[in-house]
Design a protein around this ligand. Structure first.
Ligand SMILES: Nc1ncnc2c1ncn2[C@@H]1O[C@H](COP(=O)(O)OP(=O)(O)OP(=O)(O)O)[C@@H](O)[C@H]1O
Ligand SMILES: [Mg+2]
Length: 517
């Protein structure tokens, strides 16, 4: 999986979790609110039911207080109550006094309740008309509501109403899953419990509702608890929706990001091309300027030589007895120099027309001899000696002869410039050819002051010159020519003093001198 896919998966997971937590929180609040509403409704219903018990006891007491207190009327009323309210399981009337006795019961011929005297004792503590709850022990899930008959009743006694606690707290509908329902007697003991017993300490907090019934006579505690289920908080449909929506969101975001990235890349490409075009234009403009200077630079040398030879020829011709050999020599030199100027122009034309110089197998030794011949007169005039130390292997390289001649010519001229003002014994320029490691080298050295270290890195920059009349184009042109034939040119200072320029060119063949002859 690539990092972009992993990132998208991570983003999708994170978004899904965040959305699921949000959905679960909303559902948690909703489920808790509906739980509280249901619990309050149940509390109200159960309180009303308890109030009904008080009302029944009041009616029964009223029957007992009426002048025609008849067991028949009491029995009919009690029967009706039992029939309509199944949670009331029995009604008794007990006389109080030294020997409590059962005066009336709905329980038929059942044996007398063993708790009769306990009820009588409890009633004795009540003020007339007051009622109290006595729970049935041993998990019988019932309680007795004891009411002391008012003074107005001729009978001194108590009314006992037995209530099925489980039915009392029965909700009107079904008990929702996960609900724990309990009714506690005033002493805090569970009278009855229904539903699931919920333990605390689950992953989700429990909802708990606890409130005493609104009845004064039966202050029983209603407790409703519910454990919210994960399914309620995160219904499968919601999970599926959240997953799908976040998935679509991440896909859309990925699509938008990709579009934006490719738009940005296209912009960057466009600006890069524009930059390239501007650079190419600047280079073209530069090259035109450089070339114009280059043409002037390259033609100056042959034209100057032609001028000086022509002047010398004229001088000789005007002499009373002209030396025809010398005149012919000067004219010969002029022809060669003019040819060289033509060669340079031809090469420049080739350069401009983009066809480039035509490399051919060229003997470096012969090329250097040509240059030496060409420069001899000029160097002699300046009192400079040119020494050649040529490799007998006669290295042959694939180069354009005229171009490389120009390179050697430029280097020798620079060397001559550097030593011109020195003493006689130091005015020597040496040109060497060597062969080794698949390449041939032309080394031009002098015994001049050498090159200051600070200038070394700038020598091949166009227009770098330290000469008052220099153009600073000789070395850049040399570099361009040498590199065009796959070679390199370097400058250094010799340990014994003086500058050393080395041209290294790929070797085509090495011929033994004997073989060449
Ligand atoms: N043999 C040398 N000894 C000392 N310094 C040199 C030598 N050759 C070149 N330089 C330095 O390098 C500089 C650049 O040489 P380059 O041939 O490029 O230009 P230039 O000779 O100054 O002018 P031109 O364009 O007329 O040749 C020179 O000005 C000089 O300072
Ligand atoms: Mg120069």
């Amino acid at each position: 999986m690539n990092s972009r896919a992993a990132g998208a998966l991570g983003a999708w997971l994170a978004l899904t979790i965040i959305a699921a937590v949000a959905v679960a929180s909303v559902n948690f609040v909703r489920v808790r609110d509906s739980f509280e509403a249901e619990a309050r409704t149940l509390h109200r219903v159960v309180s009303q039911r308890a109030d009904q018990h008080d009302a029944h006891l009041t009616s029964l007491a009223a029957v007992l207080a009426s002048p025609d207190r008849s067991v028949t009327t009491l029995g009919a009323l009690a029967e009706a109550i039992l029939r309509f309210y199944p949670r009331i399981t029995g009604i008794d009337v007990i006389s109080v006094g030294p020997a409590p006795d059962l005066v009336f019961t709905t329980r038929g011929d059942q044996p007398k309740s063993p708790r009769m005297s306990e009820f009588a004792a409890a009633a004795a503590k009540l003020s007339p008309g007051q009622a109290v709850v006595i729970a049935e022990p041993n998990g019988a899930e019932a309680y007795h509501l004891i009411k002391r008959l008012p003074e107005t009743t001729s009978l001194a006694g108590v009314l006992v109403m037995t209530v099925d606690a489980r039915r009392l707290m029965e909700p009107e509908g079904d008990l929702p899953a996960g609900t724990d329902l309990a009714l506690r007697d005033p002493s805090g003991r569970d009278l009855t419990q229904a539903g699931e017993v919920i333990s605390s300490g689950g992953l989700l907090p429990n909802f708990i509702f606890e409130k005493a019934l609104g009845s004064r006579s039966q202050p029983l505690l209603l407790r409703v608890a519910r454990q919210p289920g994960f399914g309620e908080l995160l219904p499968p449909l919601a999970v599926a929706l959240v997953t799908a929506i976040t998935g679509i969101g991440v896909l859309l975001a990925g699509f938008v990001l990709r579009e934006r990235r490719s738009a940005r890349e296209a912009r960057e490409r466009a600006s890069f091309h524009e930059h390239q075009a501007r650079l190419a234009h600047a280079m073209r403009v530069n090259t035109v300027g450089e070339m114009a200077s280059g043409i002037a630079h390259e033609l100056t040398q042959p034209l100057t030589a032609i001028l000086s030879r022509s002047q010398a020829g004229l001088r000789l011709a005007r002499a009373p007895s002209p030396d025809w050999d010398e005149i012919i020599g000067a004219l010969d030199a002029n022809v060669r120099l003019a040819k060289r100027a033509g060669d340079i122009l031809a090469r420049l034309r080739a350069y401009v027309s983009n066809s480039g110089p035509a490399p051919e197998p060229t003997s470096l030794n012969r090329l250097i001899n040509n240059v030496a011949e060409l420069m001899q007169g000029d160097l002699e005039r300046r009192g400079i000696a040119l020494e050649l130390d040529l490799d007998p292997g006669d290295p042959v390289c694939l180069v354009d002869r005229v171009s490389v001649e120009q390179v050697v010519h430029n280097l020798v001229r620079n060397a001559a410039d550097a030593i011109e003002v020195l003493s006689q014994e130091r005015r020597t320029v040496t040109v060497t050819t060597t062969v080794g490691g698949g390449s041939a080298a032309i080394v031009v050295r002098d015994q001049g002051p050498g090159i200051p270290a600070a200038d070394l890195p700038r020598l091949f920059e166009p227009f770098f010159t330290t000469k008052p009349d220099g153009m600073g184009l000789g070395l850049p042109l040399c570099e361009r020519i040498v590199e065009a034939f796959g070679g390199r040119i370097t400058a250094a200072n010799a340990p014994e003093g003086g500058a050393v320029f080395t041209i290294r060119l790929p070797l085509l063949v090495e011929r033994r001198k004997e073989a060449a002859e």
